[in-house]
Design a protein around this ligand. Structure first.
Ligand SMILES: Cc1cc2nc3c(=O)[nH]c(=O)nc-3n(C[C@H](O)[C@H](O)[C@H](O)COP(=O)(O)OP(=O)(O)OC[C@H]3O[C@@H](n4cnc5c(N)ncnc54)[C@H](O)[C@@H]3O)c2cc1C
Length: 407
């Protein structure tokens, strides 16, 4: 018998499943792809060389994520990021300026910033977009030329119209765990935490199992998968992306489906390439951010250096042909076309929060019934810790609806 059924095996679904399983419930998680992790995707070759195709950086302020890592044993493989973590490139007009966090400030137009900063520094971010808030603070030219490309690298899309504060914003203050390095990784990549979580007691993960429909019955919920299997449970958690969830719940909860549809989403198309170290011209760095290019960022594995190989993952705008992507990779990495090895490709969708995101979330919340948990990166924000926080809060809200048999 299943107590809790979870659909979607990214960090949101795994965090919810982990909470339910550690509270003694029998949990089944359905994941459409062959692996868990979703946007967390550490690709590993047969000899163990790994690199991040998706999310890459976690911080000591990610308390919930660290709690999962500790409890599942993943934190035993925690590794500190090396010096390349604080080197990055700004690619403009074919040239890369190599920067460290304080050097970025030297690229600001100081006259423009000084004319605005003192008058706006204490003004509220409420109701402001990222563009309006930072343009007011440092000037529109500084925002467009320096800040906008760096902010776009975070959600792999323009962040100009994201809210500057509240649900959906990129900026959150969370308490730091000082005994852990400020930013860190895991041997094998962030995927290590997802894989370890998928193996906890009371949790059974079914990969290659795409949920197609969700229905309600007198005992709770029924989920039908692409191959005709039917799963039933009194409590259901839906942890699929905002681009997928409306179609899943439309039959059972049309109001909820319509509310989620109001959240805009974009595709992120990532291409990863591994090169022998002696073929790389680029100094070691954490990432390169271009101004106005086919890609939003190129993230490296250099903070976890390997003696022989380096890896580069380009996060492209959607809809660009494979040939154009490869041509741009060859240019940035300064390779001959015939020297570009085979690449790895992945596509996901992310929400595009807008300044009224809090209203959209409130509307969604109104339509969630008591025996359904709805988790994902379209509530608090898209950071891994936002997803974990939402999953934990949802478990606290609905967990008691499936009492332990011995209760
Ligand atoms: C390129 C990139 C870089 C990022 N970098 C960072 C970073 O450095 N730090 C950070 O904190 N955050 C980062 N993020 C954001 C963060 O990784 C994501 O917001 C978060 O991992 C999303 O988790 P999720 O579980 O909500 O969704 P997802 O990861 O999208 O998981 C949803 C899961 O549902 C599955 N699914 C879909 N349809 C079905 C179905 N019908 N049936 C069953 N399963 C289904 C999918 O296969 C997927 O596994 C990054 C995101 C991207 C794309």
């Amino acid at each position: 018998m299943i107590d809790v059924l979870v659909v979607g095996g990214g960090i949101s679904g795994l965090a919810f499943a982990w909470k339910a399983a550690t509270a003694g419930r029998q949990v089944v998680l359905l994941e459409s792809s062959p692996r868990v992790g979703g946007c967390i995707y550490s690709h590993s070759s047969k000899d163990g060389f790994w690199f991040e195709m998706g999310a890459h950086t976690v911080y000591n302020s990610y308390g919930g994520f660290l709690e999962m890592g500790n409890a599942t044993g993943a934190c035993e493989t925690l590794v500190q990021r090396g010096p390349a973590r604080s080197q990055f490139g700004l690619l403009r007009d074919g040239a890369v300026a190599w920067l460290t966090p304080p050097k970025v400030l030297l690229h600001l137009g100081w006259l423009e910033a000084a004319a605005r900063f003192p008058f706006n520094v204490f003004r509220s971010k409420e109701g402001q977009t990222v563009a309006s808030h930072f343009s007011r603070l440092l000037g529109p030219k500084n925002f467009a030329q320096i800040l906008s490309p760096f902010f776009a690298a975070v959600p792999s899309q323009s962040a100009d119209l994201f809210p500057a504060a509240g649900p959906g914003s990129l900026f959150k203050k969370r308490p730091r765990r000082k005994e852990i390095p400020r930013s860190f990784g895991f041997h094998g990549g962030l995927q290590t935490v997802c894989t370890a979580t998928s193996k906890v007691t009371h949790l059974s993960v079914h990969t290659d199992s795409a949920a197609m429909t969700v229905a309600r019955n007198s005992d709770g919920w029924q989920v039908r998968t692409h191959d005709g299997r039917v799963y039933s449970a009194p409590l259901l958690a839906i942890a699929t992306p905002a681009s997928v969830t409306p179609a899943l719940v439309d039959g059972a909860l049309p109001g909820l489906a319509n509310a989620i549809r109001k959240v805009e989403t974009v595709a992120v198309e990532s291409v990863g390439v591994v090169l022998p170290r002696d073929r790389c011209w680029m100094p070691e760095c954490a990432f390169v951010v271009p101004t106005d290019d086919l890609f939003f960022s190129m993230v490296t594995r250099d903070p976890f250096p390997d003696p022989d190989r380096r890896a580069f993952t380009f996060h492209f705008r959607p809809g660009i042909s494979r040939e154009k992507k490869r041509k741009r990779i060859v240019e940035v990495l300064r390779l001959r076309h015939e020297d570009l090895p085979s690449t790895l490709e992945n596509a996901v969708t992310l929400p595009s929060a807008t300044v009224d995101h809090a209203h959209k979330v409130a509307e969604i919340e109104k339509h969630i019934p008591d025996s359904l948990a709805l988790v994902g990166n379209y509530f608090e924000g898209l950071a891994i810790e936002d997803c974990v926080g939402r999953a934990f809060a949802e478990w606290n809200r609905v967990g008691s609806t499936v009492p332990l048999l011995e209760d």
